[in-house]
Ligand binder design. Structure first.
Ligand code: UTP
Length: 297
């Protein structure tokens, strides 16, 4: 069976970012700099690297800075041109040309499932990718392309799973799984959002990359608010996991074992900044030397 190709991605970025207050009171958490670029720029680059350059941002009140970052800034360009600063001019222009960026607003942050539903009109009846705007996957361990290959083989929806320490599974969406012939591909039989540790069906957490069948939209329309009073994508995926393939159901998991940073979480954010700074061709050597001295003190 051949499955429809994925051409579009959706990046939800309308959340309130309460875990990172007060930094995120007026600045979207997706715009916090991770070394020298805002978090969401890495996410857009990841989408484009996987061949998906039609990108829909789910934006909201106070999130205009995100749209501005991916637009032209003519005044800044004029100043840099007058100064003859070609290097910085290229940097400023590049983000405007990175992808075909569209945006739609989620009027109220009613949950990730509700944010994804905002994409229904733009996406139509094609499968599509979802990349969370504050979730960074290390470029050295890309996963989206592999997920697209899993979708091409299995159809339905594909989620990204990461094994986490047992006691922290209650912070994530969690899955019940069955193995397949491939070591890193599993069939997802059930999902539950942030379960108590004792009730978690596995130590596999759902992380912020998805390839979704368009059947998810009809399911989301019927999904009642769940944990935290939010419309949860996990709950819609639970319904999809139990639906027949002919109706767009079925959920497959790809087990990921690379580096991933949740930049909406302060500790994970710091790890992302240090990792990227340490790799920078200009500053990395000096930074790493300083860091070794600093931690030895
Ligand atoms: P999070 O749960 O990490 O975002 O959602 P949050 O609600 O902003 O975070 P805290 O817990 O208050 O700190 C993951 C992604 O989904 C988006 C967020 O912007 C983030 O990129 N999201 C979440 C929406 O777009 N809309 C929502 O209603 C909720």
């Amino acid at each position: 069976m051949t499955h429809q190709q994925v051409t579009k991605s959706v990046i939800p970025a309308a959340g309130l970012g309460t875990r990172f207050l007060p930094a995120t009171k007026a600045v979207p958490k997706e715009m916090l700099p991770v070394f020298d670029a805002p978090a969401i720029e890495y996410v857009v680059r990841e989408s484009v690297a996987a061949g998906l350059d039609d990108v829909l941002l789910i934006s909201g009140r106070g999130k205009e800075a995100i749209e501005n970052h991916f637009d032209r800034n003519v005044e800044l360009e004029q100043v840099l041109t007058a100064k003859g600063d070609q290097g910085r001019l290229d940097l400023v222009r590049e983000t405007a040309d990175l992808a075909h960026i569209h945006s739609v607003r989620q009027g109220q942050a009613l949950g990730l499932g509700h944010a994804v539903l905002m994409a229904a009109e733009h996406v139509g009846s094609e499968p599509f990718a979802v990349l969370l705007g504050d979730d960074l996957i290390d470029v050295h361990t890309p996963v989206l392309e592999k997920m697209l290959a899993v979708r091409a083989e299995y159809g339905g929806s594909v989620i990204c799973l990461m094994e986490v320490p047992h006691e922290s599974i209650s912070l994530y969406g969690c899955v019940a799984i069955e193995s397949t012939d491939s070591a890193d591909v599993v069939r997802v039989t059930d999902l539950v959002e942030k379960p108590p540790v004792a009730e978690a069906p596995s130590d596999y957490a759902v992380i912020g990359r998805y390839v979704l069948d368009p059947a998810v939209f009809a399911v989301l329309r019927d999904t009642e608010p769940g944990r935290g009073g939010e419309i949860q994508l996990t709950d819609a995926l639970q319904t999809l996991a139990k639906m027949p393939a002919e109706a767009g159901g079925g959920v497959t998991g790809l087990v990921f074992s690379g580096n991933r940073f949740d930049t909406g979480d302060k500790l994970s954010y710091l790890k992302a900044v240090v990792t990227l700074a340490g790799r920078d061709p200009d500053l990395g050597a000096d930074f790493n030397a300083w860091l070794r001295d600093f931690t030895a003190e």
